[in-house]
Design a protein around this ligand. Structure first.
Ligand code: AMP
Length: 280
């Protein structure tokens, strides 16, 4: 497995593979890898000739008051896990290699970046789309793999790829969960045992909405009320718990088309997100 810091070197490897007619799968991550990340890598190794992963805690997607400096970093374990899965290349740049002195060009993200996370983390998707388009240039893959766990991120990246004619297929991978329902996240390691227990309310609220819709309830206001009822006693604050159109992320009144229920809430100092597709 090649471990590469320099964007030029990473591109040279990818270019060489492409000239040899090999398909490249790309799995962008911020490290602190868990079974969710590894499921993306596994899918890539099954579908592509070569898999490249990136590990980069992208400073431009964090606001000044967020957890950039204390974001978990477990590079040795990450590399061991990737090697075991047959990853061909890991791109681990230093921040100044991605954003050298004088860097000043950013992507203006699509409309789907405005609601939800966009309301609470205003520049987040500008940073995400900018780093993703850079990774797509540095490692020009055939397919890029992203988790449904970050549903809005996936929607934003798909739209950017469509709007900017980026010649990469974006594939969505199912959310990997603990047995009790908690969606795997690098941030789960911040949770104390007591907070970990309370964090289960996110998946519980999403499951409840899913089962109410299966039973025929279709009024979004009622469903959102039910999510808040479950989340309120177990969380410290709720940023949103809502149901929106699965494509546009526009608000909905009734579940009359494919939708998605999304939650962002704080448990202790940790901000957790989760989602579930509704009305398939
Ligand atoms: P991150 O390191 O948090 O930026 O995540 C890197 C990629 O892994 C993103 O595409 C995430 O959506 C995906 N991912 C994170 N957690 C999970 C999970 N529990 N199941 C599946 N994919 C995930």
């Amino acid at each position: 497995m090649k471990i590469v810091e320099s964007p030029h070197e990473a591109y040279a490897h990818a270019d060489h593979w492409r000239r040899e007619g090999l398909s490249i799968g790309l799995v962008p991550t911020m490290g602190a890898l868990h079974a969710g990340h590894f499921s993306l890598v596994r899918r890539s190794t099954q579908e592509c000739d070569v898999t490249a992963a990136s590990i980069f805690v992208n400073p431009t997607q964090f606001s000044p008051e967020e957890d950039l400096s204390r974001y978990p970093r477990t590079l040795e374990d990450d590399l061991a896990g990737l090697r075991e899965l047959g990853c061909g290349l890991v791109f681990v740049p230093q921040p100044q290699q991605v954003y050298p002195e004088g860097f000043s060009t950013y992507v203006s993200p699509p409309a789907t970046a405005k609601p939800l996370e966009g309301r609470f983390r205003p520049d987040h998707f500008r940073g995400v789309t900018t780093v993703v388009i850079k990774l797509f240039q540095i490692l020009p893959a055939s397919i890029a793999y992203f988790g449904q766990k970050d549903f809005q991120q996936l929607a934003v990246i798909k739209k950017m790829v469509e709007d900017l004619n980026v010649p990469i297929r974006v594939v969505s991978c199912a959310t990997i969960r603990e047995e009790d329902g908690l969606a795997l996240s690098s941030r789960n390691r911040y949770l104390s045992a007591e907070e970990r227990e309370r964090a289960l309310c996110l998946s519980r609220a999403l499951n409840q909405v899913h089962s109410l819709v299966s039973q025929g309830l279709s009024q979004v206001a009622q469903l959102e009320h039910e999510m808040h009822r479950i989340l309120k006693p177990a969380t410290d604050s709720i940023d949103y718990a809502t149901i929106v159109d699965r494509e546009t992320l526009d608000p909905m009144v009734e579940i009359d088309r494919p939708a998605v229920a999304l939650i962002a809430a704080h448990v202790g100092k940790t901000r957790l997100i989760d989602n579930r597709l509704i009305g398939e």
